[in-house]
Design a binder for this molecule. Structure first.
Ligand code: PMT
Length: 394
């Protein structure tokens, strides 16, 4: 559920700071991208090198002196969620009053994403009216508070104030990040146009940019789904989306079919070549050798393989038509899909490369519904609404 998600882990100066190393490790193990921001006091409890090794990135400790002139705004706009664990009483006070006096609180102040706060401190500090009022303020702003537990504290004291179990903190992060109508749903989206090699230099390709598939993946991730994007276009680097780069129809088939055991919904927006050269030359075909003849053979039908799989997910196909959509209803039936999204790729603003698309949904009962010309993100939203309704009814 956390694969591809972008998490800023804020660490403040308390003895529980060592537990943040476990949190960073578990998050990265689950495929999340983690960046750490530490208060100067936190570095007295645990070293920056630990987090650099665990996350692959140097923690931010200072607002000045690094390569980035504005690390707090960079981190804030990058993050899907910010987690402050452990959060000391001093940091809670700074967050509540909107301070920006260190890199951590400045990052939180500059953010618009959800914030999870896991306080840890001595019992008296936790129970103090000032701390409780700060927590009430933060909760009223929508911060998720993971309350501390009772147990042994620094110096051998016992009472409430020990950092919550790190696994409870990770569960909270997962819930906060992967919420929405598609939470818990595993999705595969195909995008882009495959390339079928003629020789090391040339290929048979098509005009697909990947924009339609990228929009479908982006909206699914924003609605809480775990998304794998199998793309023959460039990796679009979308938060919450794990991209698998492929080139040919054969590679796309292998990448999709090998992932079906964990797939709930597959949306096939890629423009997959129907034919490929029987044999790709290993060296560049030379003009001086005369006019070549290229024997074509069929590629695997990726969608057909998904439909016939014992792990068949809910299946959405696309149909690229030219001039008229009159063949689309028959295609929906022939392909055995649950929903077919047809577009006329010769119509203005539709199909290949554009930021907009005009599509018609064809349902398995033979009915259809046309949509106006929309931004591709809005087409994707409408598609997921249909999937939601159709899966619910199924
Ligand atoms: O990427 P963009 O520039 O944003 O353009 C978007 C788009 C025009 C590519 C997209 O909206 C679209 O129409 N995608 C489907 C293109 C296509 O190959 O259509 P088709 O009618 O030839 O194929 C029907 C379905 O079978 C499609 O879901 C296709 O992914 C699938 N297919 C086709 C051939 C094959 N060998 N394997 C397949 O899985």
């Amino acid at each position: 559920m956390l694969a591809g998600r972008r998490i800023v882990l804020g660490i403040t100066g308390g003895v529980a700071a060592y537990k943040a190393a476990y949190i960073a490790r578990r998050l990265t193990e689950q495929g999340a991208s983690v960046r750490v921001v530490m208060t100067p006091t936190a570095t007295r409890f645990i070293g920056e090198a630990t987090f650099a090794a665990l996350t692959g990135f140097d923690p931010i400790v200072n607002l000045f002196g690094g390569d980035d002139p504005s690390p707090h705004t960079t981190l804030a706009s990058w993050a899907d969620v910010i987690v402050v664990a452990p959060a000391t009483a001093a940091t809670l006070a700074k967050l509540a009053s909107g301070e920006s006096s260190n890199a951590l609180v400045a990052t939180v102040l500059a953010s618009t994403c959800p914030v999870v706060v896991a306080p840890a401190m001595h019992t008296e500090m936790w129970e103090h009216d000032a701390t409780q009022e700060n927590l009430t303020t933060l909760a009223s702003r929508g911060y998720e508070i993971v309350r501390p537990e009772s147990g042994e504290l620094a110096g051998g004291d016992v009472g409430i104030g020990r950092l919550a179990d790190p696994d409870t903190i990770i569960e909270t992060i997962t819930r906060v990040v992967a919420s929405g109508p598609l939470a818990g749903v595993h999705v595969i989206v195909t995008a882009g146009g495959t390339r079928e090699a003629i020789d090391p230099v040339r290929f048979i390709g098509n005009r697909s940019s990947g924009k339609m598939g990228n929009a479908i993946a982006r909206v699914a991730a924003a609605q809480g789904a775990s998304v794998t994007l199998v793309t023959a276009a460039d990796d679009p680097d979308i938060s919450g989306v794990v991209a698998v780069r492929v080139e040919s129809a054969d590679e796309m088939a292998e990448a999709v079919w090998s992932r079906l055991d964990t797939c709930d919904v597959a949306v096939m927006a890629a423009a997959v070549a129907d034919f490929k050269p029987e044999k790709a030359d290993t060296t560049k075909i030379k003009r001086t050798s005369g006019l070549p003849s290229i024997q074509l053979v069929p590629t695997p039908d990726v969608l057909q393989g998904v439909h016939e799989s014992p792990n068949r997910p809910f299946l959405v196909g696309f149909a690229a038509e030219t001039g008229t959509l009159e063949d689309a209803a028959a295609k929906a039936k022939r392909k055995g899909v649950d929903l077919l999204v047809a577009n006329d790729v010769t119509s203005d603003g539709s199909g290949f490369g554009s930021d907009t698309n005009e599509v018609t949904f064809f349902y398995s009962d033979g009915t259809s519904k046309g949509l106006p010309l929309l931004d591709k993100d809005d087409v994707a939203k409408a598609l997921w609404e249909e999937v939601h309704i159709l899966r619910g009814a199924g």
